[in-house]
Each structure stands twice: as C-alpha cells, then as structure tokens.
Design a protein around this ligand. Structure first.
Ligand code: SF4
Length: 365
C-alpha cells in the first residue's frame, strides 16, 4: 500500500485531501511505477477525461499490481481514447439532459439535479464522463433557481436526487441553500444525495458542519458507490457511522466493472462488508455504454452468474438488484437468473439456489 508522510490531523482533513489531490503524471509517478499504457493514457486524456485522485484513495492501491482494482478505477489508460473504444457508446447514453440545464425528469415522480462537475477523484468508467471536460464548476445560484422553479411547478415530483459530480463536495452554504429551497416545496417528500465521498474522501464526514446541514433538512438519504471490498476501510466505516448517527440511511449502488469486481467471490465479499458497516446494497448496475468507458463492460451472463452465486450465500438484505439502465433514458430493468423452470397453470417447477428442482402448486383460496 502507498503511504503519505503527513500528520494524522492532515490525513483526517478533507481540505488537506482535496488540496493535495494527485493530478499530474509527475505527481503520480512519485507513488506508482506507471505502465506505458498509463503514461500514454494520462497524456492523451488531458483536457478530455482528466486525472485526479485523493491521497487517501491512492493509499488503498497496491502499486505493485498492474491490475489492482483501485488502480483500474482511477488511473487513465490509453484504451479510453483509442478508436476501438471511442467508436462505441455515447457521451450521454441515458439522455440525461433535461428540460432545464442540470435537471433530468425521467420518471414522473422523480427529478435529478446535477449541481457540480467536481469530484474528489475521477472514476474512469463514470456514466457522466462527458462532464469531465467542462472543468470543475458548480452550478450558479441562477441555474439552481431555475431547476428549483421547475420542480416547484411539477407537483408530481415527490423525490429529488441531487448528484453531480459530487454534490457533497460543495460548501455547506450552497448545500444549505439547495435543501432550504427544496424543503419549501410541499410536494417534495424525499431528498437523496448521490455521493462517492464515503469511498474517495470519507474525511468529508468527519466534519460536523456538513452533517449538521444535512440533519437540519431530514429526512435525507444518501446513495453511495462502493465497488470493491478494499474500499471499505476503517475511515470509510467511521464516516458511514457518523452519517447513520444523524438519521441518514445509506444505500450502495455498485457498477459491474470488468477486471474490478466481476468475480462472484469479490461481489460476495463486497456485499458482506457493506452489511457489516450497515450500508444496504441497493443496485448492481450493468456498466452503461458510455463513450470512453466501454472497455469496462462485461456480459449480462457474468452479472447473472454473480447474482446466482450471491443467492444462498448471503441474506436477502445483502443482495442488490442487478439492473440495466436502458439507452435513451427508457429506465431501469431488473435482471434475475431464471428460477422458474416451467409452469402449467398454478403448477410451477422452481429451481432453488442449490440447483434442485422443486414442484410447487400455488393457488389462492
Ligand atoms: S465520483 Fe461519481 S460522478 Fe464522480 S467520477 Fe466517480 S462515478 Fe463519476
């Protein structure tokens, strides 16, 4: 693992982690012996898909392992810009651009607000990779006001997901403003944040001011994004514990990534670890066809094999819903291995987790 020679107070400071992000080839070379395809990747993705890694997240990496799952998630490789990858996928495969800049209104009852392009680290497979090249920019007050006005005028919106970039990277005053304005809207019942900070810079949650702000506007939910069991560290656990103690439930949404977590045993370990720190595995998303990231895609058969493996080895609480997000913003579809082998009327033949076939007649009185 990579060590940084800093004081404990600095290491536990979110500000220090952000100020000391590794953003250049030269900086990264000090800690990792880069592969030729990484050196080329960092050079060729400059300005298009930038590099940034927090010292904390880099410290989780085994610098000797070229296929380390942390490394694959954040160090650019040339493949991202090679024609074979670039000719597949779309910048915005899910058609997120909505009626107002920054706002998506796909399902009638839900709206998505993207309020910043900033992330603590830039994940190479990100579904919003298209925004990386826009620079690190928070939405202005006027842009946020336009999104809020849209939500206010659509009474069917009950649930608002605030995302980015990473929305919890914004200053508390801005987060407070967004929450205050949303809470003035009677029909908005649920407010959720999509944040990867518990994974990339859990130090953010060691600060009371952010948690005080979130707690003031309860109920608030957090969707986070652990992809690998190695990301569940003592510091991540401490961060999650502090969030939960404020009455904020935390769900996890992983992405199935080739070479990172596409092994049944690893996925079992990840979900067990999530339950241990009291995070509910909610979704396992099949990787979207995003331009510059399709090399992370694996097959649906692999996803189904993982789901099959989980069943019977971990309680239902630890089994996420495996889903594909349909292109063009057509919504999520859950996928399951086939457990119904045949059916005649009310007579079913089921297959259980051991592969045994069981006949069962299910009738209503
Ligand atoms: S933290 Fe989330 S939004 Fe940011 S780069 Fe990673 S996956 Fe994308």
């Amino acid at each position: 693992m990579i060590r940084f020679n800093v004081s404990k107070a600095e290491w536990r400071s979110y500000g220090w982690q952000i100020r000391n992000r590794i953003k250049t080839l030269e900086e990264l070379s000090r800690y990792v012996k880069l592969l030729p395809e990484e050196v080329e990747g960092i050079k060729r993705t400059q300005g298009l898909y930038p590099l940034a890694i927090t010292p904390y997240y880099l410290s989780l990496m085994d610098p000797e392992d070229p296929q380390d799952p942390i490394r694959l998630q954040v160090i650019p490789r040339a493949v991202e810009v090679e024609e074979e990858v670039q000719k597949h996928g779309e910048p915005d495969a899910l058609k997120e651009e909505g009626p107002v800049p920054g706002l998506t209104h796909r399902y009638p009852d839900r709206a998505l607000m993207t309020i910043t392009t900033f992330c603590a680290s830039y994940c190479r497979y990100c579904m919003r990779k298209r925004i990386f090249s826009q620079g690190e920019r928070a939405r202005s007050k006027e842009e946020i006001d336009r999104m809020i006005a849209y939500i206010r005028s659509h009474e069917e919106i009950k649930d608002v997901l605030i995302s980015g970039g990473d929305p919890l990277s914004l200053g508390e005053d801005k987060i407070d403003y967004v929450l205050r304005e949303l809470r003035k809207i009677k029909h908005v019942e649920i407010i959720r944040f999509g944040t990867r900070l518990p994974v990339l810079a859990p130090q953010r949650f060691l600060e009371d001011r952010l948690l005080d702000t979130l707690e003031r506007y309860s109920p608030i939910w957090i969707n986070t994004h652990f992809n690998h069991s190695r990301e569940i560290t003592e510091l991540a656990q401490e961060a999650i514990d502090r969030i939960l103690r404020r009455g904020i439930p935390v769900n996890n949404q992983s992405v199935l990534l080739k070479g990172v977590n596409d092994e049944p045993q690893e996925m079992l370990k990840l979900n067990r670890e999530l339950l241990r720190i009291k995070v509910k595995p909610q979704y396992l998303f099949h990787c979207d066809p995003i331009k510059g990231a399709v090399h992370f895609r694996t097959t649906v058969d692999k996803g189904l094999e993982i789901m099959e493996y989980l069943r019977g080895r971990i309680s239902g609480m630890g089994i996420p819903t495996y889903a594909v997000d349909l292109p063009g913003g057509k919504g999520k579809v859950p996928l399951l291995p086939n457990y119904v082998i045949s059916r005649q009327g009310d007579r079913f033949t089921f297959r259980n987790y051991k592969g045994e076939l069981v006949d069962y007649e299910i009738t209503e009185l």
